[in-house]
Write a protein that binds this ligand. Structure first.
Ligand code: NIG
Ligand code: FE
Length: 408
């Protein structure tokens, strides 16, 4: 580190989430953090801080600093809403029944196709602001409500445009294999041809997606169809991830893990074999407790087995108009503990280090460490255990994106 830095944060405790520092939080008590050029240049115990002058010094007043939060699975950009389905489900209809009757994802497809790019942008803004106010600094956004080239492109461009105007990094994922569009009714294989031959190549040409996702389920696509999407993504050099084993067990998780998927998401119904395949291939388990809660599911993902096998566990909102209309990653941390049995430290790892890994960003985000971008959140709390436990009143005292104070 040089003797001069842009910003010095001192008199704080750091939950670095660095796995090389013992304890679940990688905690450094009474720490200091120096930032230059938007990057952390030094972090450690304050007493070891090298002699330096800083353009700006912030007194952390004994609060806790964490990495900026990473929401690694969202469907943030969509048209319309599905509040009427809530009443139907409360009346006893299942998510699948609503979907099979033309509601569900297809209802959002109609609204998203009908919306202009401008309308989609403005509809997404309040959801994005809610996440940013909680300290999210990296976010994934999926397409998947177009199911035709133009609307898929419209969603992905909207996601890219949001990133130009807000202090957040947005990673985009093409989820064209989300549901069968009505014009392909009874012709799922032909729709997969369209995805592979037209949609994904066009998205790749415009560099609009950082990854490819798919929904493998009886109300969506078969394991074989998803395998074809994976093959074609790999030809285009795009990493893959999958919505799998949300409502039933299909073997999609093993298939995706063996194909090197960055993550498989939902996974309430995975088997021991799936867990082994994930462990072997370094595939992250992305748990989505908000969807589990919203759909009033009862089968919980096998957290003990994932833990015992050393699979990285991430947590995300899955923010979408159907299975999780909840724009709060902090609430997901709480649900991850209360509904799925994560520890508070696992919940924080799930929205930082492991979430970054689920996006293929494992070595550049989600940890406070010298050399990494200074995405950081300062929280007025006495212990990081409060983050997963308390909800509603505990808000960031300061949010830094690339070293800039962007507190909402
Ligand atoms: O992650 N599982 C599939 N896709 C979304 C839900 C999409 C919707 O209902 O609009 C999910 O739960
Ligand atoms: Fe999802």
């Amino acid at each position: 580190m040089t003797e001069r830095c842009d910003l010095l944060l001192t008199n704080l405790h750091a939950a670095t989430m660095d796995p090389s520092i013992p304890g679940g939080y990688g905690a450094v008590e009474d720490a200091a953090v120096a930032v230059t050029g938007g990057r952390i240049v030094w972090i450690g115990p304050r007493r070891e801080l090298p002699e330096c002058t800083a353009d700006r010094v912030i007194d952390g007043e004994g609060q806790w600093l964490t990495p900026g939060l990473v929401d690694c699975h969202t469907h943030l950009v969509y048209g319309g809403h599905r509040a009427s389905e809530f009443a139907r489900r409360l009346g006893g209809e299942s998510y699948e029944e609503v979907a099979r009757s033309g509601g569900g994802i297809l209802s959002t497809v109609r609204a998203t196709r009908a919306a202009s790019a401008e309308q989609l942008y403005h509809a997404a803004e309040p959801r994005l602001r809610a996440l940013l106010a909680e300290g999210v600094t990296t976010l994934e956004v999926k397409s998947g409500y177009g199911l035709e080239l133009d609307t898929e492109l419209k969603q992905l461009r909207t996601a890219r445009r949001l990133a130009q105007h807000y202090p957040v990094d947005i990673v985009t994922t093409c989820l064209a294999a989300h549901a069968l569009p009505p014009e392909y009714d009874g012709r799922a294989d032909e729709y997969i041809d369209l995805v592979c031959e037209e949609i994904l190549p066009a998205v790749a040409r415009e560099q609009l997606a950082d990854a490819v996702d798919m929904f493998c389920e009886s109300i969506a696509f078969s394991v074989e169809q998803c395998q074809r999407v994976i093959d074609c993504a790999r030809e285009l050099d795009l990493p893959v991830k999958a919505h799998a084993e949300q409502l039933s067990s299909s073997g999609a998780t093993s298939m995706a893990a063996q194909a090197g998927a960055l993550s498989v998401d939902h996974i309430e119904y995975i088997t021991d074999m799936d867990v082994a395949a994930m462990a072997e291939n370094g595939t992250v388990a992305v748990l989505l407790p908000g969807a589990f809660y919203t759909l009033r599911e009862t089968r919980v993902p096998p957290v003990d087995k994932l833990r015992a096998s050393g699979v990285s566990i991430a947590l995300s909102t899955d923010l979408n108009p159907g299975s999780c209309p909840i724009a709060s990653l902090r609430l997901m941390m709480n649900m991850g503990c209360n509904l799925f049995g994560l520890t508070p430290a696992e919940a924080l790892a799930g929205v930082t280090r492991s979430a970054a890994r689920a996006l293929g960003l494992c070595c550049s985000r989600g940890v406070l460490r010298a050399g990494l971008r200074a995405d950081m959140v300062l929280w007025p709390m006495e212990t990081p255990d409060q983050l997963a436990y308390e909800y509603g009143a505990l808000k960031p005292a300061a949010i830094f994106f690339g070293g800039q104070n962007v507190t909402a």
